[in-house]
Design a protein around this ligand. Structure first.
Ligand code: HEC
Ligand code: HEC
Length: 547
């Protein structure tokens, strides 16, 4: 084989996957440079539009009729795309490039493999409907973005007109609750505690290997979906393209980058292990056996006056590391991360206030008693948060934003980010122009003492989400429940957390995930700051409702 032939062979083999975009895979190699060439080879027909300006976008348009048939977002009113809430909920973050699923493949999966969805749609994984504030209907469920793929090379944007579905920040950081009147509410910045990101990721990793994922089936299912939407069937050329895409996806996922997850306990909804995903899948660090599964945190009030350090182990205070690192963790590559947009979202998260407690207001006398208890028992570490002023008073809080190495909660998370991992991540970010070379520190050997703003909405509690509600957290560790159910959006105002005793959701009948505290990474021990007197504990809970 001549050198140029083998080059093209390599391009095809190594980078064809990029055209197809298997979910949550991350590339960092220089092969990404070859993407425009490869897409050209695979899809065959391209129309380059001359860029208007030097820095304007170059569009690679495959001119596929089925792309025009992708259902539209139906606005509920006038949409202002400068509204940052719109950006947070709907804009892509750059994860689609390597981790986006082509729309029509995404669409047909529940039809092709119904048992993997419990006979339902993506709500099986917790990706359910939008709330109708911006749109009457959306082509993809909430937390997922639908976008063309764009490479943001300096001075040049290359956009590929192929709609793909990928997770954006709202996928993990916009949560839902059912209030006392039974009304469902979605709250920006709150953990998306009902969505099972790991199950979603796993589904795509195995679905492409399923014998039913085969050219003829895929084309037939897409045609069926198109017919439902009263759109023309795939053209001959499109059928060839989809058949090729299927082959590429099958080859691509034969070796699963995410196989490391199989030796760890299941995450369940509202949890993920983002740092090991980056370590093992992006940085290619050898598996160190750690199992630091994390509860999605709330992401409001991120500014440095409130949160000088970020992440549960306080491993960075750099906002670009915090913001771009998230996009890399879920499938962005250095050139695809939509830095401009993600930075804007990050700036907004700096000032986003926590949501107010929406249920019956607590009794003022109890709140006053709770505040006094809080001052003596808790404020040294957590500070005094004033919701009215959206400010934190840390004058009597020597431990605020310090790392506590004796708190005794599950150690997997701090163990999983030693100095060597910080070094590798710093090098990666610096070389790719994402964050400074000293952005991360490792081996903090403990967990941050942070603010309790909006704490009512952050259940389950502790970094691994091992304690279902605040009432249990404030009991001695050995009294906390050893097993409970996660993923229920119904709130338990008495105990302050999601209803955790039922095995199925009342609102939609979906089975819930049973959390077992005896598994590695799932310990519910530590934070032994109990308030044993029931009345006193109730008073502290009443006070916590005001934060
Ligand atoms: C797949 C789920 C997921 C997605 C998608 C995601 N995050 Fe996160 N995010 C997490 C988890 C888990 C953590 C906790 C990491 C830790 O503390 O070690 C986190 C932490 C954060 C933090 C730090 C919070 C704190 O108090 O320290 C910020 C800020 C943040 N994410 C912003 C974003 C932004 C902006 C995006 C979109 C670009 C995003 N995240 C996308 C799961 C996600
Ligand atoms: C010695 C310092 C210290 C004291 C005192 C302390 N905490 Fe904590 N607290 C921590 C640390 C450190 C964590 C993080 C542990 C983890 O996530 O594993 C934490 C976590 C929490 C969380 C979980 C936050 C979340 O988002 O999941 C809550 C709630 C909390 N503390 C409430 C309290 C209350 C209420 C008191 C007083 C009764 C209190 N703490 C006293 C250090 C302290």
């Amino acid at each position: 084989m001549s050198e140029s032939q083998s080059f093209i062979q390599k391009l095809k083999g190594r980078a064809a996957d990029l055209a197809a975009g298997a979910i949550f895979q991350v590339a960092t190699s220089s092969w990404n440079l070859a993407i425009p060439v490869v897409l050209f080879l695979i899809v065959g027909r391209c129309a380059f539009q001359t860029p208007e300006t030097f820095s304007g976008p170059v569009t690679v348009d495959f001119a596929l009729p089925s792309e025009k048939a992708v259902p539209k977002y139906e606005p509920a009113g006038k949409i202002d795309q400068n509204d940052i809430r719109w950006r947070f909920r709907y804009a892509e973050t750059g994860t689609e490039f390597r981790a986006g699923v082509p729309y029509w493949i995404f669409r047909i999966m529940p039809r092709l493999m119904p048992e993997q969805f419990g006979g339902r749609g993506y709500d099986w994984f917790g990706f359910d409907d939008e709330d109708g504030e911006f749109y009457e209907s959306t082509p993809v469920p909430r937390g997922l973005a639908l976008s063309d793929s764009t490479l943001r090379i300096p001075f040049l944007n290359v956009r590929f007109n192929l709609k793909r579905v990928s997770v954006n920040c709202a996928g993990c950081h916009r949560g839902q609750l059912i209030d006392e009147s039974g009304k469902r509410r979605l709250i920006d910045g709150m953990p998306n505690h009902t969505a099972n990101l790991q199950a979603f990721k796993r589904f795509y990793a195995s679905a492409f290997q399923d014998p039913r994922f085969e050219g003829g089936n895929v084309v037939a299912a897409i045609n069926q979906a198109l017919a439902e939407d009263e759109k023309p069937a795939l053209t001959k050329k499109e059928q060839l393209i989809y058949r090729a895409l299927v082959e590429v996806l099958r080859g691509y996922t034969r070796e699963r980058g995410s196989a490391w997850m199989d030796s760890r306990p299941d995450n369940g909804p509202g949890r993920i292990d983002p740092f090991n995903a980056v370590k093992f899948e992006v940085l290619k660090v050898p598996d160190d056996g750690t199992a630091p599964t994390l509860d999605f945190p709330a992401v409001w009030n991120q500014r440095s006056e409130m949160r000088l350090w970020h992440h549960y182990d306080g491993n960075t205070r750099d906002s670009s590391a915090r913001n771009f690192g998230s996009a890399i963790g879920v499938g962005g590559i250095a050139w695809s991360v939509y830095k401009h947009s993600v930075s804007k979202i990050g700036d907004w998260l700096d000032i986003l206030p926590p949501p107010k407690y929406p249920f019956a207001a607590p009794d003022p006398a109890q709140v006053a008693q709770g505040l006094e208890l809080f001052k003596t028992r808790c404020a040294a570490c957590h500070g005094l948060y004033d919701r009215e002023k959206n400010r934190i008073d840390t004058t009597s809080s020597p431990n605020y934003m310090q790392i506590n190495t004796e708190i005794g909660t599950d150690p997997e998370r701090w163990k999983a980010f030693p100095t060597a991992a910080a070094g590798a991540l710093n090098r990666f970010g610096f070389e790719h122009g994402l964050w400074p070379r000293d952005a991360f520190r490792g081996s903090t050997n403990g967990y941050l003492c942070g603010p309790l703003d909006g704490i009512w909405a952050r259940a389950p509690y502790l970094h691994n989400g091992s304690v279902p509600n605040l009432n249990e957290l404030l009991k001695p560790p050995e009294q906390r429940p050893k097993r409970f159910y996660r993923g229920n959006p119904s709130y338990d105002a008495l105990n302050m957390g999601w209803v955790h005793t039922d095995s199925a959701r009342k609102d939609n009948g979906l089975p819930l995930f049973e959390y077992d505290t005896s598994l590695v990474g799932n310990s519910n021990q530590g934070h032994p700051i109990a308030i044993e007197d029931d009345a006193e504990r109730a008073a502290v809970l009443a006070y916590l409702k005001t934060l």
